[in-house]
Design a binder for this molecule. Structure first.
Ligand code: GTQ
Length: 353
């Protein structure tokens, strides 16, 4: 073999020559990998998503203003989007997920539609409004976790005498990156009801299932309401039964009772109880995670900042950001993330320091 092929090549071009080359090939839709390799294949996640905190006390008056500005009917969904400060203009709370606060006044209806995006709701304020999913109405109370899986018809209405506010979580960005968004509006405001209130809890929520049940094509749980009463009873019961996990306190994930998987394939949802004076050990995982406080108060401590989260506040921890949770009083947190997606793709990681 020619000896010259083994010699180390010396740099042959200056910056200007290279830039000129990049410009020429750029005109043919080509780009040099070597200029961006280290930004594409990073040693650890490098997210534009920033840690952020929305105080309910601050946001709540804006929701009242929004109800004076536009009707639920005109808006279709009257929502203030929680935009991550590192991702402004993208309607994203993390790189993969969307979150918003939806308000619906007594007598209002948010008309029926369906879309390929999966949605979850966590009820923050009010009681007695409903969401109908695929022909079944669920009456919602504070703390309830409700799903509207991909391509299910859903409409919301408020027959109570007070405003109802909930946190919406959707996989908008995930579906967007896959170019898999489809949506349809119903010709009627309210979908026809096919089953009585509570039917899915009776059929799927008691450790049993209809004898010939088959998994649906959207791969979502047929149970779509998880009442807070039950979640809370489980968390309080666990507290009596043993020591908390040093990183999570007492933490449960919501499941599809028929598969053990997440309620919807694209988003995992969690509830955790932090006992009074609990201070978690540092933790991080590769799923950016959105939290809301259901009870108590939590101090969230990151490397370069910390904040105090009160009931109904929302906060977000980006992928791979180490954090600790400190509870001065007993606290209950709800959270959601893209963890099931990363797990099924073999990507999910955590680090427990
Ligand atoms: O309630 O159907 O926050 O379709 C964003 C998109 C809520 C909903 C949102 C939606 C909904």
């Amino acid at each position: 073999m020619d000896k010259s092929t083994h010699e180390t090549a010396s740099p042959t071009s200056d910056r200007a020559t290279r830039e000129a080359f990049y410009a020429r090939i750029g005109a043919d839709n080509l780009a040099p990998l070597w200029e961006q390799l280290h930004n594409l294949v990073t040693k650890t996640p490098r997210s534009d998503c920033q840690p952020a905190h929305w105080s309910y006390r601050k946001v709540r008056p804006y929701l009242t203003e929004a109800t004076e500005l536009i009707t639920a009917e005109e808006a279709e969904r009257r929502v203030l989007v929680l935009e991550n400060p590192g991702l402004r203009g993208k309607a994203a709370i993390t790189t993969s997920l969307y979150a918003g606060l939806q308000a619906i006044l007594p007598g209002e209806v948010a008309r029926a539609h369906r879309h390929s995006q999966s949605a979850l709701r966590l009820i923050l304020e009010g009681s007695g409004a409903y969401t109908s999913v695929n022909g079944e109405k669920t009456i919602m109370q504070r703390g309830d976790f409700v799903t509207t899986p991909s391509w299910t018809w859903h409409d919301h209405g408020n027959d109570s005498d007070a405003p109802m506010i909930w946190l919406d979580g959707l996989d908008v960005q995930l579906v967007g990156i896959l170019d898999a968004s489809f949506a349809e509006s119903s010709s009627s405001d309210r979908q026809a009801l096919q089953r009585p209130v509570g039917d899915s809890i009776l059929r799927y929520g008691n450790g049993m299932a209809p004898v010939d049940w088959q998994p649906p094509p959207n791969r979502a749980s047929p149970l779509f309401c998880y009442p807070y009463e039950r979640t809370r009873a489980s968390l309080l019961g666990m507290r009596e039964g043993g020591a908390p996990d040093p990183h999570h306190g007492y933490k449960l994930r919501y499941v599809d009772p028929l598969t053990g998987g997440s309620p919807m394939p694209t988003m995992g949802a969690y509830a955790q109880l932090l006992p009074k004076d609990f201070a978690s050990a540092p933790y991080r995982c590769s799923s950016g995670t959105v939290f809301t406080v259901l009870e108590g108060q939590v101090r969230v401590v990151l490397d370069d900042r910390s904040f105090e989260a009160q009931p109904n506040d929302v906060f977000v921890i980006p992928s791979w950001a180490a954090h600790r949770l400190v509870a001065q009083e007993q606290a209950v947190l709800f959270s959601f993330s893209d963890r099931p997606v990363q797990e099924v793709l073999g990507l999910w990681r955590e680090s427990r320091d």
